[in-house]
Design a binder for this molecule. Structure first.
Ligand SMILES: Cc1cc2nc3c(=O)[nH]c(=O)nc-3n(C[C@H](O)[C@H](O)[C@H](O)COP(=O)(O)O)c2cc1C
Length: 371
């Protein structure tokens, strides 16, 4: 059995394996989570939620808390501008029945940080302690924090952050091996993660230590584990258009689905999309980004992406996919040229379509709430 394919205990929860899907704003909705769970993800999360929006009982935010009947274990993530707001949100999320709650201390998006949320907290170490302390008293469920190495390279403070969250008794932490100011072009700093994990090990506390950053296949997951000694990995961009990454890491071997299997899965994702969002234009618009990611790496697929990027109806998307399938060699291999193309440059800091980013830090949140 591979290292990753072993269960791990998170408080009262037994997670079936050690490969998690990150909370992904604008992405990790019910349909995508179902797909990742089917391909093996041991833990999945609802997209990051705003504590402010929860305080204002924002309708959209509560809709984002939806859970499918098949999701036996589901996590949620929250970010907020004050310890009190985060703690209040944690108590609400606890009552909503989420199995585990994570506090986001890493989101780099400017408007999130300006609102005092996400990685903004990394410059206020006292607030890190206070936030986890109050959150801890707001829930008995497994509690975790996800953070970066620091705000800038000059301000790396991950060891201190780990000491603080451990002192307030988190059950798990996830480290993304970059600073807030670094973009995806800076490689994930595994030694930075290792340093922080060593700190946790020296405290001899029972806590799950999760490594995150640049995991695009089994090789990079193994490298993360070997070089940092983390207990589990969290996959982010690596799952966009490639949910088979979970199967690959669990099997500890390259997984390349045949075209028929690929098409079957993409159509299943669209079926889940329709089940959840209805036969609506919104369902199609929200599916577009997934379709663009799924179709990357196939021969002559650029014109397919051009049309998929404009679909306003899921049936239209299905028709384009089936038409493409009818004209492509059945044994065609995705990324036949180079597997490295499975890596993604998608950076939400710059590229996330703000109109579709139904969540955190929206300007004028107070005006939008209850709308
Ligand atoms: C589309 C997108 C949305 C993201 N949303 C969140 C989020 O809601 N919460 C979070 O903690 N991290 C979020 N992240 C950051 C990732 O979880 C992860 O920390 C980061 O991408 C590094 O991992 P990677 O190099 O494997 O992608 C997001 C990343 C992407 C690409």
């Amino acid at each position: 059995m591979s290292f990753f394919n072993q269960p791990i205990q998170l408080g009262n929860l037994t997670l079936k394996n050690r490969v998690f899907l990150a909370p992904l704003a604008g992405v990790s909705d019910v349909p995508f989570r179902r797909i990742c769970q089917e391909l093996g993800a041991g833990l999945t999360y609802v997209e990051m939620l705003s504590a402010t929006a929860i305080a204002y009982k924002n309708k959209r935010t509560f809709e984002m808390m939806a859970r499918h009947a098949s999701e036996s274990i589901l996590g949620v993530q929250v970010t907020g501008p004050s310890a009190e707001q985060v703690a209040h949100a944690v108590s609400v999320l606890d009552q909503q029945g989420f199995d585990t709650i994570d506090i986001n201390m890493g989101c780099p998006v400017r408007k999130v940080v300006t609102a005092g949320c996400g990685s903004g907290i990394l410059r206020e170490p006292e607030r890190i302690s206070k936030t986890v302390e109050l959150a801890r008293s707001a829930t008995a469920r497994p509690l975790s924090a996800k953070f970066r190495l620091g705000y800038t390279r000059e301000e790396v403070n991950v060891v201190n952050t780990v000491e603080r969250v451990l002192a307030e008794n988190v059950d798990m932490f996830t480290i993304h091996g970059r600073t807030r100011s670094e973009s995806y072009s800076t490689p994930c700093d595994l030694m930075g993660i290792k340093l922080a994990i060593d700190t946790a090990l020296s405290k001899q506390k029972s806590v799950i230590k999760v490594g995150n950053g640049d995991i695009f296949n089994y090789a990079s997951a193994r490298k993360m584990q070997e070089e940092t000694t983390c207990d589990a990995v969290m996959v982010s961009r690596g799952a966009l258009g490639n949910p088979w990454i979970f199967k690959e890491i669990l099997l500890a071997e390259t997984v390349q689905p045949e075209f028929a299997e690929w098409l079957d899965l993409v159509l299943r994702h669209l079926a889940y999309q329709e089940e959840f969002f209805g036969k609506t234009k919104l369902a199609a618009i929200l599916a577009r980004k997934h379709l663009l990611w799924y179709t990357k790496g196939f021969p002559s697929s650029k014109s397919l992406r051009d049309v998929l990027n404009r679909v306003e109806d899921l049936d239209e998307a299905r028709a384009h996919l089936k038409n493409y399938a009818a004209n492509i060699a059945k044994d065609c291999i995705r990324f036949a040229g180079s597997a490295s193309e499975l890596t993604s440059d998608y950076d939400p800091k710059y590229e996330m379509d703000r109109k579709l980013d139904r969540g955190v830090g929206d300007e004028g949140m107070e005006e939008q709430v209850n709308s």
